[in-house]
Design a binder for this molecule. Structure first.
Ligand SMILES: N[C@@H](CCC(=O)N[C@@H](CS)C(=O)NCC(=O)O)C(=O)O
Length: 231
C-alpha cells in the first residue's frame, strides 16, 4: 500500500505549506518512497483521529501510523535502511538536530514574521478562527502585529540565514556534497515562507538562496513545481 502523508492544506487544497510537512515530504523523496498526499485541515481532523496525533505531518504506512516530523524521519531510516539514509551514522542525527535547533532560535522567528499572518489569509474559513486564536495565544500578539512587510521580512530572513550562508558558500549542501535531513530541516522552514508569502522572501543571489534553488530543482523539480500563493 502506498504511504499516505497527511499534510496541512489551504482553502485551495493544492497549496500545502506546513514547514514540518515539507521536511517529511523532502525526506520521502530522498528515500525514493512513493507516497500520496492527503490534504488535512485544522477544521477537519477526523482523517488522522485514529493515529492519536493532533498535528500534522502524520504518515500512514500500511497498518502503521507515525506522527511528528522527527519521529517520521527516524522511522523511515529504521524501516527502509537499504534506501539512502536521511540521518547517516554516526553524526547524521546530531547534525540534523543542530540545524533544527538553529532553525528554532534563528530562522523560525524570522519566518514567523513573514508566514503566520499570510498563512491565516489562505486558510479555509472554518480553520481561520482556530488558527488566529491559537497563534495569537502562542505569540502573545495579533497576527497583524506579528507580520513584517516585504522589506523588513526579507531583511530579517537574510540575517537569520547568515550562518548558513557561511557553510553553503563552501559546501553545496549542509550534508556536504549531497543533501541529508540536515538540509531538509532548514528547507522546510524556507519552503513554508515561499509558499504562503505574497512576495518572494528569499534572496536567490546568496549561498543559501542558491542552495534553496538546488533543492527546489531536485527530484525532478518537485518542490519548485508546488503551487504557491504567487502561482
Ligand atoms: N513537532 C511537530 C510539530 C507539528 C506542527 O506543529 N504542525 C502544525 C501544522 S504546521 C499542526 O498541525 N498544528 C496543529 C494545531 O495547531 O492544532 C512536528 O515536527 O511534526
Amino acid at each position: 500500500m502506498t504511504i499516505q502523508l497527511y499534510d496541512l492544506a489551504a482553502a485551495d487544497e493544492r497549496i500545502l505549506f506546513s514547514p514540518f510537512c515539507w521536511r517529511v515530504r523532502m525526506a520521502l523523496l530522498h528515500k525514493g518512497l512513493p507516497f500520496a498526499v492527503a490534504p488535512w485541515r485544522f477544521s477537519a481532523r477526523e482523517a488522522t483521529a485514529a493515529s492519536g496525533h493532533d498535528a500534522v505531518p502524520v504518515l500512514r504506512d500500511g497498518e502503521r501510523w507515525v506522527g511528528d516530523s522527527w519521529d517520521i524521519v527516524t522511522y523511515l531510516d529504521e524501516t527502509y535502511p537499504a534506501r539512502p539514509a536521511l540521518l547517516p551514522p554516526p553524526s547524521g542525527a546530531a547534525h540534523a538536530r543542530l540545524v533544527g535547533a538553529l532553525c528554532g532560535s534563528l530562522v523560525f522567528p524570522a519566518a514567523v514574521a513573514i508566514a503566520v499572518y499570510q498563512a491565516w489569509r489562505i486558510l479555509d474559513a472554518d480553520s481561520q478562527p482556530y488558527f488566529r486564536a491559537s497563534r495569537e495565544k502562542m505569540f502573545g500578539c495579533s497576527l497583524e502585529a506579528l507580520h513584517a512587510e516585504e522589506g523588513e521580512g526579507r531583511a530579517g530572513l537574510a540575517r537569520a540565514l547568515k550562518p548558513f550562508d557561511e557553510v553553503l558558500a563552501v559546501h553545496d549542501y549542509l550534508g556536504g556534497a549531497a543533501p541529508t535531513h540536515a538540509d531538509y530541516m532548514l528547507f522546510g522552514v524556507l519552503k513554508w515562507t515561499d509558499i504562503v508569502s505574497s512576495y518572494d522572501p528569499i534572496d536567490h543571489a546568496t549561498p543559501s538562496g542558491r542552495w534553496f534553488d538546488r533543492l527546489q530543482a531536485s527530484h525532478g523539480g518537485y518542490a519548485a513545481s508546488a503551487p504557491t500563493v504567487r502561482g
